[in-house]
Design a protein around this ligand. Structure first.
Ligand SMILES: [Zn+2]
Length: 229
């Protein structure tokens, strides 16, 4: 079913030129069991937060009628390019992450909170990626979330140029999952799990559901770009 649907889309039978509704999406669970990403304030892996959020996001997207491919949920992907290979043929790629701060800021991690979004100029659809990130950010803000701007701080490991400060969107050109994607791609940092209060909030089922619903609503407003065969 998945294959024939892709073939129909590629052949142009399903989407007339005027239709601009997103229909297919890949949801990437950031990190893996072997390389689990950041550690939360209480010592949980970022991968565990990403997986929970991605499962909820996939559910919310399916409820909206999108055909969702979940990537990396078993935690066994070791190559970053394997993620973008699996996403081929999808109209949008979202990579699900949770955030940390540089090591010198860990003692004051309690002052960092908020979401952030990343896009890459090296993505073949950079403009569409940014447009899509804006929709997701607007939706998160409608849900009461606020961006964190700490990735723009002029220190080693940060220094990211802001694409849109008000919406919390940064350029991160060399993020592999963004630059090797064959469709518009956005990496979502859902919140700062090294902040103890934020970690607690981000582990609550109702908060996970709220964030996933907001990201899904924003993603559903993205205009699909043309796909590479
Ligand atoms: Zn991450």
């Amino acid at each position: 079913m998945k294959l024939s649907w892709s073939v129909l889309l590629l052949a142009g039978f399903v989407l007339p030129a005027a239709a601009a509704e997103l229909q297919t999406i890949a949801v990437d669970v950031g990190h893996s069991l072997q390389a689990p990403g950041a550690r939360s304030a209480s010592g949980q892996t970022e991968f565990s937060f990403n997986r929970r959020m991605a499962l909820q996001l996939a559910e919310q997207l399916r409820e909206r009628g999108l055909d969702v491919q979940l990537i990396g949920a078993d935690g066994n992907i070791t190559q970053l390019t394997e993620r973008t290979r699996q996403a081929r043929g999808r109209q949008l790629l979202l990579s699900v992450h949770h955030d940390s701060v540089q090591v010198q800021h860990l003692p004051e991690a309690g002052r960092f909170q908020g979401y952030s979004l990343f896009v890459s100029h090296k993505n073949p659809y950079a403009a569409q990626s940014l447009a899509c990130a804006r929709q997701i950010a607007l939706s998160l803000q409608e849900a009461g979330e606020r961006p964190t701007l700490h990735h723009a701080e002029p220190i080693a490991g940060e220094n990211r140029p802001l694409a849109d400060a008000a919406l919390g969107i940064y350029w991160f050109d060399d993020l592999v999952v963004l630059k090797t994607a064959t469709q518009p791609a956005v990496l979502v940092e859902h919140g700062v799990i090294v902040n103890p209060a934020e970690e607690q909030r981000l582990a609550q089922p109702e908060v996970i559901q709220k964030l996933a619903r907001a990201v899904a609503a924003g993603a559903a407003r993205c205009q699909p770009a043309g796909m590479e065969p």
